[in-house]
Design a protein around this ligand. Structure first.
Ligand SMILES: C[S@@+](CC[C@H](N)C(=O)[O-])C[C@H]1O[C@@H](n2cnc3c(N)ncnc32)[C@H](O)[C@@H]1O
Length: 212
């Protein structure tokens, strides 16, 4: 009963994204892109709230599913908002989005170069003042099992993932010119894998000069 009621409102939203919503981080954000959206579980709540949502995924079946879900939840939203695309080639203009989500996607990078291209592209489409929310596999807390970050490894749970660590995420935050909005938070699943939440703010542009 309780669970059903929660699901009615929030769907299967990622708990760490839910936490960001609870803390007001999505208040007033009009355009939100879910990059690597899958079937769109993380957009369901935002769609219900009337946020202008966009989704891309390399898998056309996933795009069909999110398009159908969005049509039911937000019938006035154009189906063009959901497209097959690669994260390192996003079909959006610079600064088009107020927030970008990449939940359980960046760890599918082929290598460090691919990871960098994807992160740079997510950042490109983010508007000044925008928010990047990413969850991804890391070595944090399981270094002895994974070895160094910045490459694909076999995790103790048997999956192959590109893994990051704290210095790498802090370095990328600085390279992008962003600011961590939260300390890095990592969930260690009993030594089998670790998922880190990386929340970065893009600085707002310089204040408009008032005309004399
Ligand atoms: C584990 S699912 C996560 C889906 C969703 N973000 C969520 O949290 O439920 C990973 C998704 O990322 C997509 N994906 C992986 N690499 C991608 C890439 N380079 N470009 C676009 N989509 C990608 C996959 O097709 C898949 O739908």
């Amino acid at each position: 009963m309780l669970a059903a009621s929660l699901r009615d409102q929030f769907g299967e939203i990622d708990i760490y994204l839910f936490d960001q919503c609870l803390r007001g981080r999505f208040d007033g954000r009009r355009r939100v892109l879910d990059a690597g959206c899958g079937d769109g579980r993380n957009l369901e709540f935002l769609l219900r709230q009337g946020v202008e949502c966009f989704g891309v995924d390399q898998d056309s079946r996933a795009i069909r599913r999110i398009t159908a879900r969005a049509a039911a939840l937000a019938p006035t939203l154009s189906p063009d908002h959901f497209q097959v695309a690669e994260l390192d080639r996003l079909p959006f203009a610079d600064g088009a989005m107020d927030a970008v989500l990449a939940s359980a996607v960046l760890h599918f990078a082929a290598d460090a170069d691919h990871f960098g291209r994807m992160v740079t592209e997510l950042w490109r489409v983010l508007a000044p003042g925008g928010l990047l929310f990413a969850r991804l596999a890391s070595t944090i807390g399981i270094e002895s099992a994974t070895g160094p970050a910045g490459r694909r490894v076999r995790l103790p749970d048997g999956s192959d993932r590109f893994v990051v660590d704290e210095p790498m995420l802090l370095d990328w935050t600085a390279r992008l010119g962003g600011a961590l909005l939260d300390p890095l938070k990592t969930t260690n699943v009993q030594g089998m894998r670790c998922m880190t939440t990386w929340v970065v703010g893009k600085p707002a542009g310089p204040a408009l000069q008032s005309r004399a």
